[in-house]
Structures are given as C-alpha cells and as structure tokens.
Write a protein that binds this ligand. Structure first.
Ligand SMILES: NCc1[nH]cc(CCC(=O)O)c1CC(=O)O
Length: 310
C-alpha cells in the first residue's frame, strides 16, 4: 500500500500544537518522499473558552472534536495530540495509531522571583489548571494559595509575568518544545510530582480502518513509550474514566521491566493513595488495571466517590 500523494495533518493552532504538527510533518515528509505533507490549522472549543476551569466545560475531548470531524469528512488524514490531552476512552471510529518517543515527562516550576516550591512564602499564589497538580500542592504545601490557570502556554506565561501568580507549574515538555526551557526554574522529580498519564508523549490519531495511513505513521511509533503510555492510560481509565480526577500515572522501562507508579487524591490533598507495579512491558494495560485494583484496595473508591463526576 503506498502513501497518498498528499497527507493532511489536522492541528490546533496554539504554538505548542503547531510545533507538534510540524514535528510530525517533517518526520513524515522525510519518510515519504513521494508525498506532500501539509497542516490544516483549526480552532477548537477548548481553545475558545478560557474563562472557566476545564473540568467544568467538558474536559479533554473539547480539544480534539473539531479535528476528528475534519478527519471524518476527509479534510484531514491524521491528528497529532499531546497524549495527556487525549480522552482515556477514544471516541467510536477513531484509533491511536502511533505513540512517539517521549520528551521530558515531568512537571516544571516556573517563576520570576523564586527558585523552587520550597522557597515560596506562605500565601504565595501558585497557578495550575490540573487537579493532579492542585492536589499534590495542597498536600505538600498547604500554606500556598492555589489559583486556577487556563490558556495556552504563552497565555499562562503572560499571566505569570503580569504578576497574577508568584509561580506556575507547567509540563516541562511544552516549554522545551517551544524553546523556552530557560523559563524552567526547577524540574520536579517523579517523587515530588508524579506526571500525568501520557505527559510528554505525542500520539497520532486516525480514522479507524484507514490501513494506508496506519502504515504511513507506523514508523513513528516508539514501542517503549507506547507500552508505558498504554499502562498509564489503562490505570487512568480504570479509576477515572473520562472524569477529571486528581490522578498521576507514570511508567518507565527499568531493566527491561515496565515500572508503573500511580496515585489518586482528593482535590484538597487531604486524602491520597499511591502504589506501584512492575511487569512485562507487553502486559502494559494489564499492569495498569493491576495498579488500579491495588489503589482501590487502599481506598481509592472513597476518594473517587467524593469527586463531582462519580
Ligand atoms: N494541558 C495542556 C497541555 N497538554 C500538553 C502539555 C505539555 C506537553 C506534553 O505533556 O506533551 C500541556 C501544557 C502543560 O500541561 O503545561
């Protein structure tokens, strides 16, 4: 099966989404000399509604719906996503065909006045839009004030620079991709801030059954990253479904074994259960489910029951 003469990538128009689309475009171009690879930029609901927390307006799916419609209507062949933003249950008719090698998966501390979380004085205002980061901060630094922070990366940094926050927490990957690594004051370790499922990895979404395009994107799949992200997503799916849940899930391949760590917390950080499993990378999703069971046995259910969506 040969690649079509023109391959269209649907992408959001934020700088980060465009960087990711360009990255995939360039890789596909060099692998398919006979194809022209182009990007179709579009704005999504998630990009437009910036004044309300993501958890309130409908969650992750908001950022990818328009891209899926474009694929369904044949205006685009594929979409590139930050795996962190892809809903745990893929919408009917779409598949994740490739997961590429991970950028730094950790959270970053960004501030103009402070070198790290431990330097912040009581009452300092820290911005984050993720329930996971909020729960971690409230548990470890109850003296800080957590304030919601929405918008794309540039918007978030502008709000920090305008003095609305003393510090913000962002994914290191986004800053690195956009050449703003110098804004990172400290990278938080997995022990300090266990990353979100999929953080730092890119996924390629296709219409289910598009065998020609699946063959085109297959070389972009990084098997180790794919196993890790599948384990993380299985954990998240088993515990949170498509709800917004303060949950971390992070896997690496360690000595040939997949090592998955995870936690579930209440948003106020008062309750938290965490655990880890190790096993064969090929058992990725089973390992995710195993850790979910372990966390349930420790009381994850009661924490989840207290969240809005359960
Ligand atoms: N929620 C938005 C989002 N989606 C992916 C990234 C960063 C890049 C990545 O995780 O691959 C970010 C920004 C952030 O959390 O700071």
């Amino acid at each position: 099966m040969s690649a079509p003469s023109k391959i269209v990538i649907a992408s959001r128009e934020s700088r980060l989404a465009m960087w990711q689309a360009v990255h995939v475009r360039d890789r596909l171009s060099s692998l398919n000399s006979g194809s022209e690879v182009v990007i179709l930029g579009m704005t999504t609901k998630g990009d437009q509604i910036l004044d309300r927390p993501l958890a309130e307006i409908g969650g992750k799916g908001l950022f990818i719906k328009e891209l899926e419609v474009a694929m369904q209507e044949g205006r685009a062949h594929l979409a590139v996503h930050s795996m962190k933003d892809v809903p745990m249950v893929m919408p009917e008719g779409f598949v994740l065909a490739a997961i590429s090698a991970r950028e730094n998966p950790r959270d970053a501390f960004v501030s103009n006045n402070y070198a790290g979380l431990d330097e912040l004085p009581a009452g300092a205002v820290v911005g984050t839009s993720s329930l996971r980061r909020e729960a971690i901060l409230r548990a470890r630094y109850p003296q800080l004030t957590i304030k919601s922070l929405r918008g794309n990366l540039d918007t978030r940094l502008k709000k920090l620079d305008a003095g609305e926050y003393d510090a913000i927490i962002l994914a290191a990957a986004g800053l690195i991709r956009l050449g703003m690594e110098n804004r990172i004051k400290a990278v938080l370790t997995a022990e300090q801030s266990l990353p979100a499922p999929g953080q730092g990895a890119l996924g390629i979404e296709l219409v289910d059954g598009d065998a020609a395009m699946a063959a085109v994107v297959a070389p972009l799949n990084d098997p180790e990253t794919a196993h890790c992200v599948k384990a993380e997503r299985a954990l998240s799916r088993a515990l949170g479904g498509s709800c917004q849940v303060p949950l971390g899930g992070y896997a690496i391949i360690d000595n040939g074994q997949l090592w998955l760590r995870g936690f579930v917390a209440s948003v106020d950080g008062q309750r938290m259960v965490s655990g880890e499993v190790r096993g064969n990378p090929a058992d990725d999703e089973a390992l995710g489910l195993q850790l979910a069971d372990q966390l349930r046995a420790q009381g994850a259910e009661a924490i989840l029951a207290s969240l809005a969506c359960h």
